[in-house]
Design a binder for this molecule. Sequence first.
Ligand code: KPL
Length: 317
Amino acid sequence: MRIMIIGGGSLGLLFAGKLAQSGHDLTVVTRTKEQALELQARGITVVEPDREELVLTRDNKFKFITIDDLNAHSNQSSPIDYICLMVKQAAINNELIDQIQRQMSPNTYVIGFQNGIGHERRLSELIGQERVLLSVTTEGAKRLTASSVAHTGRGITYLGSMDPSSQIDANPHHLLFAQALEREGIHTILSKNMEVRVWSKLVINAVINPLTAILRVNNGGLLSSSWALSLMKDLYEEARSVAEALQIDLPGDLWTSILDVCEKTSWNHSSMLQDIEASRQTEIDYMNGSLVQFAKEQGLKLPMNDFVYRMIKAIEY
Ligand code: KPL
């Protein structure tokens, strides 16, 4: 199999480190030349809680290029089976989609690993829904350096299409790809229920992320105040009402799962809090912003989600 990973952040490095060990051909596409050179020179290190896995990558099965090198790369090599898109939603612009299209053969699949919602629509419109897969993963990863990443928590990676009629688990290529990840310790499930998975993760993020960023607390901090809990509950009820209007059947115990995530990741700073702390653009547009948008289309109002959306907009940058 030939696999391309676009994005050298924590998740991109974790999956690159694991897939590099699986024996398949791998191209990693980074934003900066410095990172591509460092990966080439040092290999990829994945720090597991009990050991360090160093994958030396000076083999011609591995390539490290930058986004700017992508166009030249497409003319040189044989077809890619999977392109794992591991950049934030805001980075998925028409230019990137155009570059991705040039890498594709009729059999290539593009897998979107983004938080939130909106990317599937954009990718499907330009690439075609039948070539687009989505992934929802709860693997924990923290980038340590340009070439090393800590695997901070084991989770589950769901992979599937938003089209419920697609026979994801009957496709031998997808089975092979899932097996490659599974063998390297990334528990992977081919799911026929991706809409519910994507929406469940969206609701979890829409409840936890903006509040942690506004209140400047870690995920566990939300549980220690009844005021914070009541804000979470309001965001949750509103998000659920949009899903209901769209006939998306969210799990009945999703509220308990949200509390569970806060408890299990108690010391983590949510990705949105990290973005605010680092003065980076947040993913609020694709989380609460999208919920408000979907609600509008359904004739609904989400005052709490709209409020946190505007609060984050006011404090980001
Ligand atoms: O996915 C997350 C994020 O930070 O974006 C949660 C689930 C909130 C864990 O930190």
